[in-house]
Design a protein around this ligand. Structure first.
Ligand code: PLP
Length: 431
């Protein structure tokens, strides 16, 4: 790939946008938003970068980048331990990040927010800590057929230890979660339902409120994987009635290396520690150690300090724009993209659920997904190709891989046009 060049073809990008009808409003000015993301003004292969791989990881606004430079340049120190100014200031910034994450999810208390390395670690934490303490042989866990591997494998590791049973709630041919079939799987042995809020591979939005209601009626807890939901819609864990909710900062326009496990405080405080070390203890002797309550019980060792501050800045950024405005904009882009992609000869969209977030998986005639990805890349368009860490759902649709365009708040209809042009060229090239 060429080194990013500062020479940008913004004028032609803007011209395309005007003709394609991006309807920015006072509340949502997509050009103003794009200007906050330095990377979006780069060119690749001499073409404007069209970044449609937000489901894998989103780009970062200047506000997030600056917040992280700022701590390293002016007040960085370890947190929670120091009496000096930099430590106090870092601790304040770090705990403000926790407050922001709690408010973002409408948690009942800041203590319900545990910082992890990401969604993967958050799910592993629940499986290892809650799962080991609460499950016995024969107990059942329900997952859906469209889970990311990080919401499958931790439960399988637990199954190796505990001889639990994993059941899979099916999806229909459009990728809708089959709530009636799920209900039939629930039994008195069901102890946990762990499902995605939004599928990363299909874009399906799961009716998680119904999932939770039915699980609770059987006395089971519910963990929601919110990785692909939080960038696209406002989430209120209390209104949902969830027990655990997880997401990764880097998909939310924040930094890598930071994620959130939200859990109900009573459940968290009844769970044993996940890792041992500094920060999570009340007192240590060689004979006996006592532990802090949540959240510190689950945050052993020095945390990702600048990353929490960056995550807080990302949450502030999205809050200032408004998640409802973001959802409305992305919905328009999704509709436009769906119509335009459907019109391409030989293109099949995998996943046509009734409720979808801004993610479109597709195959293009018999062109291999990796060839699609490589070809459109030369036109400056970044899409994801492969199994998207969701092999079971690929098997469900009988494909080894798909190409996936996943949109974010800064994407425009002009960029959809660029993708469509590149796909038309790909189709012509491969005959
Ligand atoms: N769950 C879903 C639905 C995802 O899309 C992803 C990442 O693609 C993950 C979990 C894992 O996130 P991370 O790798 O940030 O831990």
């Amino acid at each position: 790939m060429n080194a990013p060049s500062p020479v940008i073809d913004i004028a032609s990008q803007n011209a395309r946008q005007k003709t394609s009808g991006d309807n920015s409003t006072a509340a949502f000015d997509v050009e103003k938003i794009r200007a906050d993301f330095p990377i979006l003004s780069q060119t690749v292969y001499g073409k404007p970068l069209v970044y449609l791989d937000n489901g894998a990881s989103a780009q970062k606004p200047r506000q997030v980048i600056d917040s992280m430079s700022d701590i390293y340049e002016t007040y960085y120190s370890n947190v929670h331990r120091g009496v000096h100014w930099t430590s106090q200031k870092s601790t304040e910034g770090f705990e403000a990040g926790r407050q922001k994450a709690a408010a973002f999810l409408n948690a009942a208390s800041d203590n319900e927010v545990i910082f992890t390395r990401g969604a993967t670690e958050a799910i592993n934490l629940v499986a290892a800590s809650w799962g080991r303490a609460n499950l016995e042989a024969g107990d059942e866990i329900i997952l859906s057929h469209m889970e990311h591997h990080s919401n499958i494998v931790p439960w399988q590791l637990l199954r190796q230890e505990k001889d639990i049973v994993i059941k899979v709630a099916p999806i229909d041919d459009d990728g809708n979660f089959m709530i009636g079939e799920y209900e039939k799987l629930l039994s008195d042995k069901t102890k946990m339902v762990a499902v995605t809020h939004v599928s990363n591979a299909l874009g399906t939005i799961v009716a998680v409120k119904d999932v939770i209601r039915l699980a609770h009626a059987k006395g089971a807890l519910v963990l929601l994987d919110g990785c692909q939901a939080v960038p696209h819609q406002a989430v209120d864990v209390q209104a949902l009635g969830a027990d655990f909710y997880v997401f990764s900062g880097h998909k939310l326009y924040g930094p890598t290396g930071i994620g959130v496990l939200w859990g109900r405080e009573d459940i968290l405080n009844a769970m044993p520690p996940y890792q041992g070390g500094g920060e999570m203890i009340s007192s240590v002797t060689f004979e006996k150690t006592t532990f802090q309550k949540a959240p510190h019980r689950f945050e052993a060792g020095t945390p990702a300090i600048a990353e929490v501050i960056g995550l807080g800045a990302a949450i502030d950024y999205l809050g200032a724009i408004g998640l409802d405005n973001i959802a409305a904009h992305e919905h328009g882009v999704l509709q436009y993209a769906t119509e335009r992609l459907q019109a391409i000869d030989g293109l099949t969209i995998i996943g046509n659920a009734k409720e979808k977030a801004a993610i479109i998986s597709f195959t293009l005639a018999d062109v291999h997904a990796h060839d699609v990805g490589t070809f459109v890349d030369r036109a400056g368009v970044a899409v994801r190709v492969g199994h998207h860490c969701a092999q079971p759902v690929m098997d469900r649709f009988g494909v080894a891989a798909t190409a996936r365009a996943s949109f974010g708040l800064y994407n425009t209809r002009a960029e959809v046009d660029a993708l469509v042009d590149a796909l038309e060229e790909t189709r012509k090239f491969f005959g």
